[in-house]
Write a protein that binds this ligand. Structure first.
Ligand code: TXA
Ligand code: MG
Length: 334
């Protein structure tokens, strides 16, 4: 039988052609959606106040939730951070460019609008070549949250970003599907012992190897104070999501969808199932997580059940997103 391959999406070079226009748009005070290795970002030049205000408006993001500023080299780090402790340099050396965001004291050039009035700034050097090239061409660091409406599912393809934000943004750069698929790890270096504010693409195990002790926030109140964006309900599909622990399917499995990192006994009872990594590879599960959640949300089931990953490595980041997506006051089904 003859098979017809689907058309190949435009790869690197085709998208690279969009960089001069995107950079010009940013320099002129516009916004651009661009790929990073974690998720797509909605970018503006970091100190352009009207453009920053538009990011908050388009995303419907509360002004108390600060943005990450993306840099392309270490000179930009020195230009934005007022103090760079040795641990930050060691972490940058090891993990940049890559999915690590470091919170450091800010210089006066970083506007309060970007940091939500905090005296610190979150900085990250992304690994995606188009992101780095865009920052260099724009000639300035780029403030960028994930390119989704506030509280929604982070986009890991240009098409998903467009589905979220549509014509509200003038430029979309397509860099293909995001390789990591979960947002960066956010680490505060404001105190001698770094604090993990958001688990993400760099694991806690890898961080402690370089930084020594890393602590978690002491509780919800401290977490909210240190990272105002860390609301309990976040990354949520429109469809209600509940956690499920195999193997006994819940009574309503027959009309529900299932999201599971690995094959799970009892999965066959569900109306539809997304198994993120049939071979048990956590990195593969992370890379396909948001796209699968998005597909299930669009599939029309009245309810999504999700199975937690092992609480180790990237599993912590996956579970953080699942627990937030499930945080709607319902009981955990086990
Ligand atoms: O992977 C990522 O980090 C993606 C890509 C686009 O780089 N960006 C991203 O941005 O996830 P966003 O805005 O969705 O999440 C930023 C997180 C929020 O939880 C925010 O509260 C926290 O970083 N944050 C930003 N600035 C901070 C600061 N000065 N202190 C503490 N937390 C901060
Ligand atoms: Mg986000």
């Amino acid at each position: 039988m003859e098979t017809i391959d689907p058309p190949t999406p435009p790869a690197g070079p085709a998208s690279r052609a969009g960089i001069p226009a995107a950079a010009a748009c940013l320099r002129a005070g516009g916004l651009a959606v661009f790929p990073t290795e974690t998720v797509y970002g909605l970018g503006a030049v970091f100190d352009n106040l009207p453009a920053l205000a538009r990011i908050f408006e388009i995303k419907n993001r509360p002004r108390f939730d600060p943005l990450i500023v993306h840099i392309a080299d270490m000179a930009q780090l020195a230009g934005l951070a007022a103090d760079i402790p040795p641990a930050a340099l060691a972490l940058a050396e090891k993990f940049w460019p890559g999915p690590l965001t470091m919170v450091l004291p800010k210089r006066a050039c970083v506007p309060d609008l970007a940091t939500a009035g905090m005296p610190s700034v979150a900085l990250r050097m992304p690994r995606h070549p188009l992101a780095l090239e865009l920052i260099k061409n724009a000639g300035a660091p780029l403030a960028a949250p994930s390119a989704n409406r506030f509280g929604g599912i982070s986009p890991t393809t240009a098409a998903a970003a467009r589905a979220e934000l549509g014509t509200a943004v003038e430029i979309y750069l397509d860099g293909g599907p995001c390789a990591v698929g979960l947002e960066s790890t956010v680490l505060s270096l404001l105190e001698p012992v770094p604090v993990l504010l958001r688990p993400g693409g760099i694991t806690l195990e890898a961080l402690t190897e370089i930084a020594g002790a890393v602590r978690l926030p002491a509780g919800d109140a401290e977490h909210r104070r240190l990272s105002p964006g860390g609301l309990p309900r976040h990354y949520a599909p429109a469809t209600p999501l509940r956690l499920w622990q195999p193997p006994h399917p819940p009574p309503d499995a027959g009309r529900a969808a299932l999201l599971t990192p690995f094959p799970a006994p009892g999965a066959e009872a569900f109306a539809r199932a997304e198994i993120l990594a049939p071979d048990g590879d956590l990195a593969a599960a992370a890379a396909s997580f948001f796209a699968a959640l998005r597909r299930l949300d669009a599939a029309g089931a009245p309810l999504i059940y999700a199975v937690l990953a092992p609480e180790t490595g990237l599993g912590r980041a996956i579970n953080d997103r699942l627990r937030r997506a499930a945080a709607d006051g319902r009981a955990v089904y086990s």
